[in-house]
Design a protein around this ligand. Structure first.
Ligand code: OGA
Ligand code: MN
Length: 311
């Protein structure tokens, strides 16, 4: 098969984050040189949208693996054939419409709060790749994916708040979706054992970006913040959620069929925008590339100078 060629263009989608890549067919073999360029681009823009793709599941897995090893999903019922492929849809894996009370539809509602993928893991995700198979008709309300730039949001915090959050950690819990939607089936023994709750620093340090900092949190967790009472933790959490929701940090992606949207989970939050689930079908396929180590905070001894060191 022909290899993907270097005749592509990368152009910004918005001021705050995001770029589109046109003229690159990722179903063809993509060279390491191009992948390195894409990795530099995603570090710069946070989100890359590869336009006009036609990808089988196998082709999406193949392209995703070029970015790094893939994560398996702990939730067996969200995956399709391969455990590395997550069916993000309000219809069943074989295409049947589902009632809004079906837990596969309710899972989509858990995605509607700002989050970063698999922050409930000790080593969370690097990038996620979401492919648009059936998207909302043009002009239909809702159904976009929102992104928020955590580097810009951190930089814009008042200094006193930056100081306050510097040493704090927040508990990230895979089970949180059940608190929001108790009608979901209970978490299985396998899920409980594979993803117990973890604490992550609220401020993340990026050694590969000269120790630049970003916020690192999720609206999809219980607001338990180290050293604070639950009420204080919830108040701080609400303040941060409000802060990152401001338009100067966000971009909402309106999907076109064939978009493959890749985002950097280390520095971006994302969420699914609500839409009329009884009226529209929305079908995506997601693969996820694992991170290369635990999240480092400003107090971590693993950050020396501007690089990560073995601990
Ligand atoms: C996801 C996710 C958002 C969306 O797949 O990880 O959060 O818009 N999706 O469906
Ligand atoms: Mn997500």
């Amino acid at each position: 098969m022909d290899a993907a060629t270097k005749n592509y263009a990368i152009s910004p989608l918005a001021d705050t984050l995001g770029a589109e890549v046109t003229g690159l067919d990722v179903s063809k073999p993509v060279s390491q040189e191009i992948i390195s360029e894409m990795k530099r681009a995603i570090a710069k823009y946070g989100v890359l949208c590869f336009r006009d793709q036609t990808l089988t599941e196998a082709e999406q897995i193949e392209f995703s693996k070029l970015w790094g090893p893939l994560e398996d999903f702990p939730e067996e019922d969200k995956t399709v054939a391969a455990p590395t492929v997550y069916h993000v849809a309000n219809v069943s894996a074989d295409g049947q419409n589902l009632p809004e009370t079906d837990f596969r539809v309710i899972y989509q509602k858990v995605n509607a709060r700002w989050h970063t993928d698999s922050s409930y893991r000790y080593v969370p995700a690097y990038v996620s790749l979401l492919y648009g198979i059936e998207v909302m008709p043009k002009g239909a309300p809702g159904g976009r994916t929102g992104f928020s730039n955590m580097i810009a949001a951190y930089a814009a915090l008042p200094e006193a708040l930056r100081d306050e959050i510097e040493p704090l950690h927040m508990v990230h819990t895979y089970e949180f979706g059940r608190r929001l939607f108790p009608e979901l089936p209970p978490v299985s023994k396998h899920e409980k054992e594979s993803v117990p709750p973890v604490s992550q620093p609220l401020v993340r340090v990026h050694p590969e970006r000269g120790n630049e900092r970003s916020l690192y949190f999720t609206a999809n967790a219980g607001n338990e913040i180290s050293g604070l009472t639950l009420e204080e933790g919830q108040a701080l959490h609400r303040k941060l959620v409000e802060h990152v929701s401001q338009p100067q940090f966000t971009y909402f992606h309106e999907w076109r069929k064939g978009d493959l949207v890749v985002w950097d989970n280390r520095t971006m939050l994302h969420k699914a925008e609500a839409y009329d689930m009884s009226k529209y079908r929305r079908v995506f396929r997601r693969t996820t590339v694992a991170g290369d180590g635990p999240v480092l905070g400003p107090c971590s001894r693993a950050v020396v100078g501007n690089k990560r060191v073995a601990t």
